[in-house]
Design a protein around this ligand. Structure first.
Ligand code: NAD
Ligand code: TYD
Length: 339
């Protein structure tokens, strides 16, 4: 089996590569990544010498590159992680989100048709469903919840999902889609809430919480997401969407306070800042379909996962300190100073 993983130098894609190389000793994995600000080759250094792994720098929006790659490699399965993934950046400048997330997906779908891949899997997000109100905790996102996006990021991911479904209906391309809740774990880029809070708390810097901090996210340890995608590409039904999440809802303030408690840092570091425009209130997944059809269930609780994540950030300071010392500094100043 030969699998193309796009965006594998990023957070979830890299964890998926580690999971697949560990689990299937006879699979070949090819990773392509454009190495944007979010892609980091040092993340993949432990697998670079693995005979079953190959890294190629490349952009999913580059049609000639993608067609040549598909011709050379003859993939069985495509798993598309490559994307612009940060909501705040999409509010600053939506253009690259449309280019990468929508047009890049189209390029991959066209190549998948042309070279008859056995499965095209689109890694999507629960953000395509918009948000849920805080006062109805019994409401969850189901696979047939209407698409109702809030940010340019979620709109671009939803557009890609619709395109993937259109290629199934019109061209019979064998596709699947997973829509997962917020992930956390090793190699998470420190612009996202959990790694941002861990890295800043370790440096005794203030911790920006948007609005009142009562927005709710449904957190899933990244390895559980990888296992879900593994199950879907092997046993998921073609043409289907699978929601992935584990009923681990927390307010942002609860998450921040948990991290402070684990690190033995004071809550006085918390600084409430101007809210995100269009900020989604609550995300919450109902994973009944993937549990019933594929036997998937999350294996890591939030309490356990957050401890493991903090331990990883403590033991791998070099990885995130390198990031913080580069362009990231300009990003932080632009987005947060005076907010
Ligand atoms: P990430 O930003 O950490 O990684 C994205 C990777 O894609 C980076 O390595 C980047 O260099 C690469 N990339 C960007 N543009 C590219 C292009 N044009 N061609 C090739 N590579 C390109 O993101 P992530 O958090 O790992 O998310 C991966 C996927 O999972 C995304 O599609 C995202 O929408 C989805 N997702 C993320 C979460 C989450 O909580 N992080 C939850 C659900 C779904
Ligand atoms: P984020 O990690 O950006 O994921 P998403 O917006 O895709 O859910 O943010 C998670 C939550 O944390 C979201 O409600 C916004 C909030 N947040 C803060 O309060 N402060 C921050 O500095 C960041 C990055 C996010």
């Amino acid at each position: 089996m030969k699998i193309l993983v796009t965006g594998g130098a990023g957070f979830i894609g890299s964890n998926f590569i580690f999971h697949m190389l560990d689990t299937y000793k006879d699979y070949k994995i090819v990773c392509i990544d454009a190495l944007t600000y979010a892609g980091n080759l040092t993340t993949l250094q432990n697998v670079m010498d693995n005979q079953n792994f190959k890294f190629i720098k490349g952009d999913i929006t580059d049609r000639d590159f993608i067609n040549q790659l598909f011709e050379d490699e003859m993939f069985d399965i495509i798993v598309n992680f490559a994307a612009e993934s940060h909501v705040d950046r999409s509010i600053e400048d939506p253009s690259i989100f449309l280019k990468t997330n929508v047009l890049g997906t189209q390029v991959l779908l066209d190549a998948s048709r042309k070279y008859n891949v056995k499965r095209y899997h689109q890694v999507s997000t629960d953000e395509v469903y918009g948000d849920l109100p805080l006062d109805q905790p019994n409401l969850f996102f189901m696979e047939d919840t209407p698409i109702h996006t809030s940010s340019p990021y979620s709109a671009s991911k939803a557009s890609a999902d619709l395109l993937v479904q259109a290629y199934y209906r019109t061209f019979k391309l064998p596709i699947t889609i997973s829509r997962c809740s917020n992930n956390y774990g090793p190699y998470h880029f420190p612009e996202k809430l959990i790694p941002l809070i861990i890295s800043r708390a370790l440096n005794d810097e203030n911790l920006p919480v948007y609005g009142t901090g009562e927005n709710v996210r449904d957190w899933l340890y990244v390895e559980d997401h990888c296992i879900a995608i593994d199950k879907i590409i092997h046993n998921g039904r073609v043409g289907e969407v699978y929601n992935v999440g584990g009923h681990n809802e927390r307010t942002n303030l609860e998450v921040v306070k948990t991290i402070l408690h684990e690190l033995d840092k004071p809550e006085t570091l918390i600084k409430f800042v101007t809210d995100r425009a269009g900020h989604d209130m609550r995300y919450a997944i109902d994973p009944t379909k993937i549990t019933n059809e594929l036997g998937w269930e999350p294996t890591t609780t939030f309490e356990e996962g957050i401890k493991r994540t903090i331990k990883w950030y403590l033991e791998n300071k070099e990885w995130w300190e390198d990031i913080l010392s580069g362009d990231y500094q300009n990003y932080y100043e632009k987005m947060y100073v005076g907010r």
